[in-house]
Design a protein around this ligand. Structure first.
Ligand code: ZN
Ligand code: ZN
Length: 312
């Protein structure tokens, strides 16, 4: 019996079956969004540095080539130690800073911003110009690599990429009239099939970061809870593309957020100012737990939202 138990333990440890340890410390600093605080410039774009138990990654790179680099300098956030960058989707307001950050930070540390994660579909042929596709050759010839993510993937303990998100609900959180050539070679409506989010499994529940939320916040959070962890959503942070949503759609969204246990909501970038306040009201959140995100603001697992001077 002892021998069998020993074999079982050996197999379990090979399979990595030890209990999972959730992330204990999270800090998110926004470096590109429209609203700004005491330091940094605003723009139509999104980028944030995410730190989880000491591991740092960049999520999106802003719109203008220099914004994230300059805002980080002004906010005294050193990005040169960061190797991994997640690009939520191909749009220029999320990928515009990639080449500048790689070039400038790479001078300080060779590996800086050299490993980019994109969702499968990010490089599919499009009817409209893609800033990401245009940057691909220069990024790769400068030593950068792209990793395409086709399904949920853990990039370090407790930190997951959703990969492309199933469009279960017709949230239609994207605009434009562009077309994309899909895996079957067919030209279809460009609903940003590659759109993916970051999900952190923490001691307080899931912390989810989105760039533009084109897949729809409800689709994203449902998929995270279906495929990554059933835990309630402690915080939803980033761009959620609700600025053009009707009151009815916002009410439905808020009721779903309540259902997922969302305790904190920081709506930056394309979320929309009015959308943030309606969600606050309808999801039963407060001034401390639901606000508009600003450059220099962010979130910590310990203290919650940091909206910034103007939005608090
Ligand atoms: Zn977008
Ligand atoms: Zn965007």
């Amino acid at each position: 019996m002892r021998r069998i138990a020993g074999v079982f333990l050996a197999v379990a440890s090979v399979l990595g079956a030890q209990p999972r340890k959730p992330i204990q410390d999270v800090r998110i600093d926004i470096l590109s969004t429209m609203l700004t605080g005491n330091a940094g410039l605003g723009e139509w774009g999104f980028a944030a540095v995410v730190e989880a138990d000491g591991r740092r990654i960049l999520f999106d790179t802003g719109a203008r080539p220099e914004t994230v680099l300059r805002n980080a300098e002004e906010l005294r956030i050193d990005l040169s130690g960061i190797t991994d960058v997640i690009l939520s989707h191909n749009h220029g307001d999320h990928t515009g800073g990639l080449l500048t950050l790689r070039r400038e930070l790479g001078r300080r540390k060779q590996s800086a911003i050299s490993k980019a994660y994109v969702g499968a579909g990010a490089f599919w042929q499009r009817s409209e110009t893609s800033v990401l596709a245009a940057a691909k050759n220069a990024y790769e010839s400068g030593g950068g690599t792209f990793t395409e993510v086709a399904s949920a993937r853990e990039i370090f303990p407790g930190a997951w990429l959703t990969g492309p998100v199933k469009r279960v609900h017709a949230e239609k959180n994207y605009g434009g009239t562009g077309k994309v050539r899909n895996a079957e070679g067919l030209w279809v409506e460009d609903n940003l099939p590659e759109d993916m989010s970051l999900v952190l499994e923490t001691t307080k529940g899931l912390v989810v970061v989105a760039g533009c939320g084109h897949a729809g916040i409800v689709n994203i959070l449902e998929q995270a809870r279906r495929e990554i962890s059933k835990a309630p959503v402690h915080a939803a942070i980033g761009g959620w593309h609700l600025f053009a949503a009707t009151d009815e759609h916002l009410d439905w969204t808020a009721s779903k957020l309540k259902e997922f246990g969302v305790e904190n909501f920081l709506g930056a970038h394309c979320t929309g100012i009015e959308a943030v306040y309606r969600i606050r009201q309808r999801a039963g959140l407060t001034r401390r737990t639901c606000a508009t995100g600003a450059v220099g603001g962010g979130f910590t697992l310990k203290d919650g939202l940091r909206p910034g001077t103007l939005a608090k």
